[in-house]
Write a protein that binds this ligand. Structure first.
Ligand code: NAD
Length: 247
């Protein structure tokens, strides 16, 4: 199989801690280029990887012939434009969650990928956790019978610490819903099937995070019914005292 040249857009936390080690586990991929709008972050990533092509402009990266697939690991507000630029240039796209800022933006990304015939996926990492894969196997094989109910809790304690771009709706689109519950929503779909109807609530308990206003929720709960009649309760919080920042 030919080697897949990969470019990473956004060289922050998730790119360095997860995507780089992940790529090293894939022998048919080669990291070809890096992009970050922050020169210092980019320089640090270049030194860490030894990659020879780097740029602060993602449009340069997606136009390269030796890059076949792009990983988008930037703040949420930037995902759609980058994914659309990549797919329009014929690049396969792995985009971080949450994909777009809203449904319309997200559907635009999907349609563009489909129109250009490229592969596309979201980094819903928990699908690949061994215990969660085993749970999927147990459900599919009938090993635990018919699932009647799914209950997930993503309870973490981030206190009132500053969350950077994550605490601003203009950059993140949503708070705990897109940041953490999106993983559990995806897993519930993966395990049980499509949701038929749901009711949900969100709450922001901390308005000021170390001197900066937060305008996004830090708690969310969804109560759902699935197409197969199963029910679900999915809860996620950044303010579950004593839980730590979690994994
Ligand atoms: N799948 C997961 O489990 C998981 C975990 C953490 C983060 N994420 C997602 O990954 C994305 C990035 O999160 P992070 O924690 O790495 O954030 P981060 O702030 O650590 O890194 C983001 C990087 O993107 C760069 N950037 C911003 N705008 C840019 C632009 N226009 N062009 C190029 N680079 C730009 C920033 O300079 C920064 O270095 C978010 O969408 C987040 O939701 C997913």
């Amino acid at each position: 199989m030919a080697t897949i040249g990969v470019g990473i857009i956004g060289c922050g936390g998730i790119a360095l801690q997860n995507h780089l080690p992940g790529l090293k586990l894939c022998p048919d991929t080669q990291l070809v280029g890096l992009c970050d709008s922050n020169a210092e972050v980019l320089d640090c990533a270049v030194q860490q990887t030894g990659v020879t092509f780097s740029t602060q402009d993602y449009n340069e990266l997606v136009r390269r012939d030796d890059i076949h697939a792009v990983i988008i690991a930037t703040p949420n507000a930037t995902h759609a434009a980058m994914a659309i630029a990549a797919a329009s240039n014929g690049k396969h796209v792995l985009c971080e969650k949450p994909l777009g800022m809203d449904q319309a933006e997200t559907l635009g990304m999907l349609n563009c990928a489909r129109e250009n015939g490229v592969r596309h996926m979201t980094a819903f990492t928990y699908r690949f956790v061994p215990a969660m894969r085993y749970m999927k196997y147990l459900v599919e094989s009938g090993g635990i019978g018919q699932p009647y109910h799914i209950r997930t809790c993503r309870l973490q304690d981030w206190g009132d610490r500053n969350l950077g771009w994550r605490q601003f709706s203009q950059m993140a689109g949503s708070g705990e819903l897109g940041d953490m519950l999106s993983h559990r929503l995806d897993y519930a779909h993966f395990l049980i099937g499509d949701m038929k109807r749901l009711t949900a609530d969100t709450r922001r308990f901390v308005d000021d995070r170390q001197g900066q206003i937060s305008d996004l929720e830090d708690w969310v709960t969804v109560m759902a019914e699935f197409e197969n009649q199963a029910t679900g309760v999915l809860e996620s919080s950044k303010l579950a005292t004593g839980r730590g920042e979690g994994a």
